[in-house]
Ligand binder design. Structure first.
Ligand SMILES: Cc1cc2nc3c(=O)[nH]c(=O)nc-3n(C[C@H](O)[C@H](O)[C@H](O)COP(=O)(O)OP(=O)(O)OC[C@H]3O[C@@H](n4cnc5c(N)ncnc54)[C@H](O)[C@@H]3O)c2cc1C
Length: 378
């Protein structure tokens, strides 16, 4: 996909510049979450990456989803965790710009766009992941306010974010119909952040959890009322699935680049690795499937930009691209021999990220079900 407008070309150049200056030199050291997420997100803001899809009249750039998807791919090629962190903050800004009460938007949006505040979106709980309608975080009306209690887990940016979109149940037993969404302030009393955990095998991906303990949300902090929030979450999920698929393409492209460069200089049996047919075929396999994944991502992205139904297209793209990344990051690492294990190369980080990509925003099994539903005969 090539950027088509000057604004989009500028955003893509800015993403490349941001990666070269702030991500590539540091990604290796982000092996337990972004060490100083504040400063790197402010740099992302300076590059304009936190307002890509946010309407111009709200301080953003009003660019297409296809452009965001391309930026996500560029960022993830260097570091998936950083890409998720930037895109999740961007998504909260865009969500608020389009759905929050005007006064709340005026108050919060500028700080999100400048990277002074960071954002996250919290659906998952310790007891409910794939089955989103089973969440038990409870929001009760208390006069003009809402009182929220519960716990969220595995949330990108939760270790530092203070503009938190929280999905909560308002009528236990009512499933999706009772779910509402709130804008929660991570600096307010009743918001208790979990300590940062470094005990997962997802290096550099800044995911964490928090508790809400009698947290008071004002009436204007209700982002989507009961009955609307589940639909709102589903409305944005096709975009998320598509950009995660694009991120997988970015990671494989980078691994392919590194392996190909190594194959030109590393010799075995008197010639460069590239000159061994058995060696270069693993790179050819990766290149072919990368291209196929990109075509599926392009198809889903253009449906999103044209406002068509993208459910099946996004599911197809994510299932194919995440599996493609799992297979080919591992194969390309193998093609490097022992050298592939060195931490200055991206293979180990990208391998863990490819596994995370199979879970976030709909696991492979959920998406296969989505595709299968479209195959049923009437
Ligand atoms: C690094 C990271 C970042 C994340 N960031 C966020 C975030 O920002 N916000 C957020 O809300 N969540 C986030 N998540 C959570 C993610 O969305 C969940 O991991 C995902 O929804 C799967 O839920 P689970 O892990 O609880 O697995 P479970 O739901 O417990 O499922 C376990 C396994 O069983 C499979 N399975 C479940 N039900 C079925 C079924 N009916 N049929 C067949 N197979 C099934 C699943 O596919 C999975 O393989 C993140 C997760 C990770 C790892």
């Amino acid at each position: 996909m090539s950027a088509s407008t000057p604004g989009e070309r500028h955003a893509i150049d800015a993403a490349h510049g941001f990666v070269a200056a702030h991500v590539k030199p540091n990604a290796q050291s982000w092996d337990r979450g972004l060490a100083d997420s504040g400063s790197v997100l402010r740099e992302a803001a300076r590059a304009g990456l936190l307002g890509l899809e946010v309407p111009v009249e709200q301080g953003g750039q009003g660019l297409s989803f296809g452009c965001k998807r391309r930026v996500a791919e560029i960022l993830a090629a260097a570091d998936f965790g950083l890409a998720m962190s930037v895109i999740n903050t961007h998504n909260v800004a865009n969500h608020l710009a389009r759905s929050a009460a005007p006064e709340l938007t005026r108050h919060v949006l500028p700080a999100l766009l400048s990277g002074e505040r960071t954002g996250c979106t919290a659906l998952t709980e310790p007891g409910a992941g794939s089955d989103f309608s089973a969440i038990t975080t409870l929001a009760r009306r208390a006069g003009d306010e809402w009182l929220i209690d519960g716990r969220k887990a595995w949330i990108v940016n939760a270790t530092h974010a203070d503009v938190v979109v929280v999905y909560a149940q308002t009528a236990p037993g009512s499933g999706a119909r009772g779910i509402a969404a709130f804008v929660v302030d991570g600096s307010r009393s009743g918001f208790v952040r979990d300590p940062r955990s470094d005990s997962t095998a997802a290096p550099g991906i800044d995911a964490g959890g928090f508790q809400l303990q009698a947290y008071r949300a004002r009436a204007d902090e209700l982002l989507h009322p009961p009955g609307e929030a589940f639909k709102a979450a589903l409305a944005s999920i096709n975009g998320a699935r598509t950009y995660v698929a694009a991120m997988c393409c970015g990671m494989v492209e980078e691994c392919l680049r590194v392996a190909s460069a190594y194959g030109a200089v590393r010799h075995s049996f008197g010639k460069p690795l590239h000159e061994h047919q058995g060696w270069r075929w693993s790179l050819a396999d990766a290149a072919i499937e990368l291209e196929a994944a990109r075509l599926l991502v392009d198809a889903a992205a253009s449906r999103i930009d044209s406002g068509s139904d993208a459910q099946a297209a996004a599911a197809r793209a994510k299932v194919f691209a995440t599996r493609m990344a799992g297979r080919h990051v591992a194969a390309l690492m193998h093609a490097m021999g022992a050298e592939g294990l060195r931490e200055h190369h991206p293979f180990l980080r990208h391998l863990a990220a490819a596994q995370v990509a199979t879970l976030v925003d709909g696991s492979t099994e959920m998406l296969l079900e989505r595709v299968a539903r479209g195959l049923r005969r009437p």
